[in-house]
Design a protein around this ligand. Structure first.
Ligand code: GLA
Length: 401
């Protein structure tokens, strides 16, 4: 029963009514009755501000049109029952009181982590069916879409006193403490707080936000996401290393966070002639210059009617992630360089790094040329074929039905 429902909801759709209907129907098949509602939360692409979030810095994401939908109903038997259209045949059931970090793991860890964070609000348990079309492992925050859709559902059903902004920490705790991925708050904030036609300018220290208009279509531009097909895994490896290096650099500089370093000159004390000092200098330099780039992009968007002017700043951001933060890959570098050669206004890798996607800002009339140039170059180099799609700044998390 559960599995057939999950299968059916797998049809991808951009239409919220169809998406909500599919999720309702799949929920009914899985659980034998209707959900109390259906919620959706998007993935994100970050315009600029990479790895700044856990350094108390600035970020500027937009929401993707791609979402995860969560159909949810409360239960009274103390169980959390989880079904995913993307994992047909799997049904995870665990009692609320037995939820613990890492149990359950895998995809179920994200919704379970959210239930765990709000467990006092749902002592009777919940049934959750999720279905989504945010590409996973591409640096586009499919995991935040998943946790935020469930967080908003539980808020509406059982915790109406919480503000949507409070859910950023609920979803972050699910990822950090339950799943064990040491992320900042970029992805969760983007998924919950973005509005259509805007980029979200967020100060991750004081959590203040500004919706910065970003009407790409009116300016004849397109934001092209290029999936390089190389994957990343945040829970292990490089992401945590970078986070630790940034903390060490801040400690050596005697500041609370790298956000507090005023300029590159103030990083000089890190350069102590040791290989370790050189690495910390480079990591910290990325954060300091990246924060400045976010402020620069916001300034440009506020002041000029032509968002193409942010292109060179995005490209400079890529160079910094490649050379100073050292989290790019040969595929990402190739996508960015080829896009630039083919006439894009700017391009850079996005997200945590070590694979995933690049984002390209390009004149709408040139999108096909740029995409073709990247395809050809990838073929020449023997890389797997990339996948490109244009995105518009879309709606943050909301109730669909
Ligand atoms: C991942 C993390 C975010 C952020 C980005 C890099 O997406 O989840 O918190 O650190 O990487 O900007």
């Amino acid at each position: 029963m559960a599995d057939r429902g999950a299968e059916r909801a797998r049809s991808r759709t951009d239409d919220p009514v169809t998406a909500a209907d599919a999720a309702r129907e799949a929920f009914a098949e899985a659980f034998g009755g209707p959900p109390e509602g259906v919620w959706a939360a998007p993935g994100r692409v970050n315009v600029i501000g990479e790895h700044t979030d856990y350094n108390d810095g600035f970020v500027l994401p937009v929401a993707l049109p791609h979402t995860t939908r969560a159909a949810v109903a409360r239960r009274d038997d103390g169980l959390v029952a989880l079904v995913s259209a993307q994992h047909p045949g799997e049904r995870v059931e665990v009692s609320v009181v037995e939820l613990a970090p890492g149990r359950p793991g895998g995809w179920a860890g994200y919704p379970a982590g959210v239930v765990h964070a709000l467990r006092e609000r749902v002592p009777g348990g919940v049934s959750v069916l999720v279905d989504g079309d945010v590409p996973a492992g591409m640096g586009l925050s499919s995991s935040a879409a998943l946790s935020c859709s469930v967080a908003l559902a539980l808020r509406d059903l059982a915790a109406p006193d919480l503000a949507v902004a409070d859910l950023v920490d609920v979803a972050r705790r699910a990822e950090n403490d339950f799943v064990g991925a040491p992320t900042g708050i970029l992805d969760q904030s983007a998924s919950l707080l973005c509005t259509p036609g805007h980029a979200l300018f967020l100060d991750t220290r004081d959590r203040s936000t500004e919706q910065v208009p970003l009407d790409l279509r009116a300016a004849g531009l397109e934001l092209l996401v290029v999936d390089t097909g190389t994957t990343h895994d945040h829970a292990t490896g490089g992401y945590g290393d970078r986070r630790r290096e940034c903390e060490q650099a801040a400690e050596r500089l005697g500041v609370r966070a790298l956000r507090d370093v005023p300029d590159v000159a103030a990083l000089a004390p890190l350069d102590d002639g040791t290989p370790e000092g050189t690495v910390l200098l480079k990591r910290a330099r990325h954060i300091v210059t990246e924060n400045a780039r976010v402020l620069e992009v916001v300034r440009i968007l506020r002041e000029t009617p032509d968002p193409a002017a942010i292109g060179p700043v995005l490209t400079a951001g890529h160079a910094s992630l490649r050379d100073d933060f050292e989290i790019s890959t040969v595929e990402l570098d190739t996508a960015v360089a080829t896009a630039r050669e083919a006439g894009a206004a700017g391009a850079r890798m996005v997200g945590g790094g070590f694979g995933g996607s690049a984002v390209v800002l390009v004149d709408a009339g040139r999108t096909d040329d740029v995409a073709r140039a990247i395809d050809d170059r990838f073929a020449q180099q023997g890389f797997p074929p990339p996948r490109a799609f244009a995105v518009v700044p879309s709606t943050g998390a909301r109730r669909l039905a």
